[in-house]
Design a binder for this molecule. Sequence first.
Ligand SMILES: [Zn+2]
Length: 563
Amino acid sequence: MVYQALYRVWRPQSFQDVVGQEHITRTLQNALLHEKITHAYLFSGPRGTGKTSAAKIIAKAINCEKAPVSEPCNECDACKTITNGSNPDVFEIDAASNNGVDEIRDIRDKVKFAPSTVRYKVYIIDEVHMLSIGAFNALLKTLEEPPKHVVFILATTEPHKIPLTIISRCQRFDFKRISAASIVNRMKTIVNEQQVSIDEDALLAVARAADGGMRDALSLLDQAIALSDEQVTLDNVLMITGAVSQQFIMTLVQAIQEEQVPVALQALDDLMNEGKDPKRFVEDMIYFYRDILLYQSSPALEDILARVKVDDSFKNLAQDMNPNRIYEIIEVLNKCQQEMKWTNHPKILLEIAIVQLCQQEKQSIPQVESLVQRVKELEQEVATLKEKGITVSQNQNEAAAQKEQRPQKMSKSSYRVPVGRATEVLKQATRQDLSQLKSNWGNMLEQLRKQNKVSHAALLSESEPVAASEKAFILAFKFEIHCKMAAENTNNVRDNLEGILYDIIGKRFEMVAIPESEWGKIREEYIREQRSDTEETEKQEENPLITEAQKLFGTELIEIIED
Ligand SMILES: [Zn+2]
């Protein structure tokens, strides 16, 4: 016996087998049962979604000897001859090959004769958008005055190419892409019947590659079965579809996330050595990131995810990724995909994109935001200065510069402790600002973790805000090396920190990093200076040292030790 392709053997013979188009089949069944048949139907939708199958089922149902029925019996002569294509009154025309005016004229001439064996003549015109203008006009004439015994069913993947005059005379049904879950279900029925054993993962991979088309899914399934030994595996399917396993994509995504360029490039190299197509792979990556975005916004809608299988590692990944970052990544990949069209070396473009993605973290959005904010602030300062007129003389400038430099000292790790800057902050500092900052500190660390900035969170976990004004705060670090890294904005940690605080509190704070060991001295020095200032003017009334300290750090933080 000649082997018949699965999609032929399993072509739906009744409405209940048309998968994923319940919105259409239910309406049609109702109409058939009540004999409310229209003379022209237009079925539009992607390829392989059941348009021509549904058309043939209609042809059978209206001509079935048991009509009116909501399903053809598939046993009477009419049903059988229509199924095998031998019925003289049911015509299947492929407009892609019969696009001439003559064929349609032929229909026009013959359409007036009553059917010879059944009740209705049915013309199924597939890919109807391929008809020439002349043919459309000829068809229109027929549709304008259709004989009672004729039904036209027009099918198309591109309805926008059909003249409105035609569309307006048809009852239109839009077939949708079939969800991966529905395709998997249908394939399960089929493999059970065929007694083929296949891994669940493999079925899902077939469904994803088919992109909503049942015919494509069954063709792929056919090939996978032919290729495999006993059991059809995921690898069999991946080999046929050229797709990449989710596990592999996860490895690469993880490497990008952790900015591990060598790991990412090695993974990519392995993949290309397996003969995978870089263009196809970029598309897979884009879909994967898109699915993460969709999953993040509505985890309940697993069905709409195009390609991924939602397992624990996918969930974890989705939880850790910052949506802004995903948008950036998709943009880079999109650009890469575009450029690939014009090159003979797509692999190189892909490598560049991967490296770029690994380094992109360093130039992401929070930094830009904070730069914009700083520019604004500087502009304002300049404007204020202009208004007031710059009156500072050369000498004063020098004196100020010296004062700024004097207290700065080099510590062991060569971190220049910004004593002057810290003192400036202390002058403006209030207890309210500090407690506001402190109460949001945990939240800020939490955000860092959510962004998957583990290194940032670690760097800041041994630090503590100790004084704050409206615009700046002093962050004391337990370890000097952390302090230095934060101050130098290593990996954008400072920008990110300031950006998050801005998001949470709505204020732009400048962070002044001070090692814990220096902080005590700076504070004492500052308070002593304040006291001598106060003494000069009004001779110590209570204890300004304590008053000042309380103003800055709150009563609960100050221990008064009598000596
Ligand atoms: Zn029948």
